[in-house]
Design a protein around this ligand. Structure first.
Ligand code: NAD
Length: 372
């Protein structure tokens, strides 16, 4: 099993493998960079062995470990880029607890995970991600202060989802202004895939701005909640990718845009909250560019949630207005990325990567100079 030679390894500062046989904890914490500040990124509790169910248990476990290492390395680098692009005093990290949360999650395991984070002395702060709920974070918090997105406490910033939704809304508006030359969203049609925590709030904000919305979700209750809020057209399954719409807003899972789905996309703008929307960031990004479809890079447009927790990490009093202003700036950052992409003829995702890498490298060099 390799770490340094995997494709996703990219100058990571530290990768920690944690195990506690008593509680069953098996976790990996990856700190990509602490140049801009302490590394921050959520904890994902995921059963990486599930997709290898046809293999022998030994092989399934080995493959699951490889997948988890790949994921934690890739996601932690993504957090460094996200935080750098949002202009935050935060570095990038991520953690993964391996196993099916419905089967192996228990209070002792979460406390043990908290103790592991505490040993890192504040180099890494954790938060919610897939498979982790607010009450789980409270158990982690019993063992460490290095947890953010908490509901209570002196510096608590609460659920990040509404802030992610605000960022996605301003990001859609910026992309529509840039690509479709429309000043506002009145009459613009947006197809939203997934109306959970973020997607539902995005739907509400779009509707308030006069947009027409088309929605899809695999959970009927979530669709009903949006219909209870106001008008929306509902479509089934993958139809959301091919409907007549100005904007496609992926707010469910990653990998939805790939060589199979991109040719059928009618929207001229892709802007939503889902992470890793492009199956292959290079070839799919190039294909979108070739087809004249403007892609708002995922980690730039979905940064509202991480912007929301910045003050909690630095133990500063939350200023609601300053937080909202920072989130609204996502629109300007996106327009800078779009303009650079146009002038260089390169995909927006690669442009964003380059800007983020340069910010981190400039700061690293400034720190080195200051230390000399
Ligand atoms: P969520 O689980 O609350 O909502 C996701 C919704 O997508 C659910 O309603 C689910 O039923 C639906 N869904 C799943 N598969 C689908 C499919 N094939 N077609 C249609 N709908 C489908 O999650 P969320 O917190 O709203 O996050 C949405 C996305 O945004 C995720 O990719 C997440 O990683 C990303 N994101 C969220 C935040 C945040 O603050 N919550 C921050 C950054 C990125």
């Amino acid at each position: 099993m390799s770490v340094f030679s995997t494709r996703a390894f990219n100058k990571h500062e530290q990768v920690v493998f944690c195990s506690d046989p008593t509680s069953g904890l098996r976790a990996i914490i990856a700190i990509h960079s602490t140049v801009l500040g302490p590394a921050v990124g959520g904890c994902r509790f995921w059963d990486y062995a599930a997709i290898h169910h046809n293999a022998s248990p030994e092989l399934a476990n080995a493959r699951a470990e490889e997948d988890a290492i790949f994921d934690v390395l890739r996601l932690s680098r993504g957090m460094s880029y996200k935080n750098a692009m949002a202009g935050l005093r935060l570095g990038g990290g991520k953690s993964i607890i391996m196993g099916d949360p419905r089967k192996v999650k228990n209070p002792a395991l979460l406390r043990s995970f908290g103790a592991q984070i505490n040993r890192l002395g504040g180099r890494y702060y954790t938060a919610e991600d897939m498979g982790i709920k607010p009450q789980d974070l409270e158990l982690v918090h019993e063992q460490t202060d290095y947890v953010v997105g908490l509901e209570s406490g002196d510096f608590a910033t609460g659920d990040p989802s509404p802030h992610t939704a605000l960022g996605v809304f301003v990001g859609i508006r910026a992309a529509v202004q840039y690509k479709l030359k429309r000043e506002d969203l009145n009459g613009v049609t947006v197809a939203i895939q997934g109306v959970g925590n973020v997607g539902r709030e995005v739907a509400n904000q779009l509707r308030n701005a006069g947009a027409k919305i088309i929605i899809s979700d695999i959970v009927r209750d979530n669709i009903e909640r949006v219909l209870a809020d106001g008008e929306a057209t509902v479509v089934e399954g993958d139809q959301i990718l091919t409907v007549d719409a100005d904007v496609f807003a992926p707010c469910a899972m990653g990998g939805v845009l790939n060589s199979r789905t991109i040719p059928n996309l009618k929207a001229k703008v892709v802007a939503g909250s889902a992470n890793n929307v492009l199956d292959d960031e290079i070839s799919d990004g190039q294909e979108l560019l070739k087809r004249g479809i403007l892609y708002a890079p995922d980690y730039v447009i979905n940064a509202g949630g991480i912007i929301s927790v910045e003050t909690e990490v630095h133990k500063e009093k939350l200023d609601h207005k300053a937080r909202a202003a920072k989130i609204v700036r996502i629109g300007d950052t996106l327009k800078e990325v779009f303009a650079a992409s146009d002038s260089k003829g390169r995909p927006t995702g690669l442009i964003a990567n380059e800007i983020a890498e340069k910010r981190i490298e400039d700061e690293r060099q400034a720190m080195q100079t200051a230390a000399q």
